[in-house]
Design a binder for this molecule. Structure first.
Ligand SMILES: *Cc1c(COP(=O)(O)O)cnc(C)c1O
Length: 407
């Protein structure tokens, strides 16, 4: 599995000439091979969905459509994105904590196959909306399990959060769902952590979650058809070569899958798309104020908010350039610490803090690697109305995932 990491000349051949470089570049072939490899390890009786909030670009959705079971969405807008990019037959499952009548209606109208319900109030709401349409809506109950849960970067369960139904209320919720004539109880949804780097720990957690789900159903006289174990397969941004061991995770989990048991579903975002894209941006100024040196980029956190959101050191490479078109001396620094910031009028716009560099000059490019997940999609693009980055998709039409899948 390779990490998409284009060379300077490759980047220069792709971007618009004559203006400072600022581009997201995706390799859709790399995306497709990576996704094919991911799903190749899946245990029997399991399905792999792509959680589109990680990167909902139409080109990404189209490249993944032949490979994944379907798409996990969390809003009516995301349903429309899937329908527009990959058509009426794509399978869609829908989650999300704060749901309205309109959301449930959109789910039913657009043929979403199952909705994940996160509270008792929303069970009532989904039932009423389904009743109005005359259609029975299949649902999973999202449960916020009692802890402890394994360590991860983001935690949605095992502690107080706005997500899911408290495990303490699971019997009450199951009693209610049995009384909802227009809902069909299909099982449980247990997305609990994001960016777990430890495949072994994740498999232990998922096995325990699966057992608990079966217990809840059994003691209420129900049989779960589906247990959705969420996403959360991690990406190690501190060492991109250290990978979440998908094979190990799937092998461990395969041991607890019974022929008669529920179908398992996964809905991963980050691990699917992170590695296939870079955010490459040019240094447009260098300065030292009060003893600290700053490199200012064409772009910033309004294009790529992940490093500031997570306060982490994002993997990157510096691409030195030689061309200098101006008649004055090129601003340049030697080996030292530098803080890399964007073009926004706020000191929060920091992409790298006190980074040791060997040298840097105006016109060089910083290429942030593994920028495909929660990069552009979580950023506040129009704050200050600077130009958007170019968005480049390599192998968009050459992507032959379908052929490779049948090979
Ligand atoms: C964000 C999210 C996912 C995907 O999580 P990753 O950590 O990107 O794999 C899956 N399910 C739900 C409900 C989510 O909110």
């Amino acid at each position: 599995m390779t990490i998409f990491s284009p060379s300077l000349s490759h980047i220069e051949s792709l971007v618009k000439p004559g203006i400072p470089v600022c581009a997201y570049i995706h390799d859709l072939d790399a995306l497709a091979s990576h996704a094919i490899e991911l799903v190749s390890h899946l245990p029997p009786r399991s399905e792999f969905f792509y959680a589109i909030k990680a990167n909902s670009d139409p080109a990404v959705l189209s490249a993944l459509a032949p490979i994944v079971a379907g798409f996990e969405v969390a809003s009516a807008g995301e349903i429309r994105k899937v329908r527009q990019a990959v058509g009426p037959n794509a399978r869609i499952i829908m989650g999300g904590p704060a749901r309205t009548e309109t959301d449930f209606l959109a789910a039913i109208d657009h043929g979403v196959e199952r909705v994940h319900i996160e509270s008792l109030h929303l069970l009532h709401m989904a039932d009423i909306v389904a009743k109005r349409t005359g259609k029975r809506l299949p649902v999973l109950l999202r449960i916020n399990m009692a802890g402890p849960v394994p360590g991860a970067t983001i935690t949605m369960g095992g502690q107080p959060t706005q997500f899911g139904i408290d495990e303490a209320h699971v019997d009450e919720a199951l009693k209610l769902v049995k009384e909802c004539d227009y809902l069909r109880f299909d099982g449980f949804h247990l997305h609990t952590i994001s960016n777990n780097l430890d495949a072994e720990a994740h498999s232990v957690f998922c096995e325990a979650a699966l057992r608990r789900a079966q217990d809840w159903a059994a003691r209420n006289g129900l049989v779960p058809k589906v247990v959705n174990l969420g996403g959360g397969w991690g990406v190690d941004y501190s060492d991109l070569n250290r990978r979440f061991d998908v094979r190990l995770f799937c092998e461990r989990l395969a041991g607890s899958i019974q022929a008669e048991g529920p179908l398992l579903q996964f809905e991963c975002g980050r691990i699917v798309v992170a590695y296939c894209a870079v955010y490459a941006t040019e240094i447009i100024d260098l300065k030292t104020t009060h003893g600290e040196t700053f490199a200012l980029l064409r772009g910033g956190s309004h294009h790529f908010r992940l490093p500031s959101a997570w306060q982490h050191r994002h993997p990157h490479k510096i691409l030195a350039r030689t061309n200098w078109p101006w008649p004055w001396q090129r601003p340049r620094i030697g080996a030292q610490l530098v803080t890399v910031t964007g073009e926004l009028c706020t000191p929060k716009d920091v992409l790298l803090r006190k980074e040791q560099v060997q040298g840097l000059a105006v016109g060089d490019i910083i290429c942030f690697l593994a920028a495909g997940a929660y990069g552009w999609d979580i950023s506040h693009h129009d704050f200050l109305s600077n130009a958007h980055p170019e968005r480049i998709f390599l192998n968009e039409h050459a992507s032959n995932a379908t052929e490779r899948l049948s090979a």
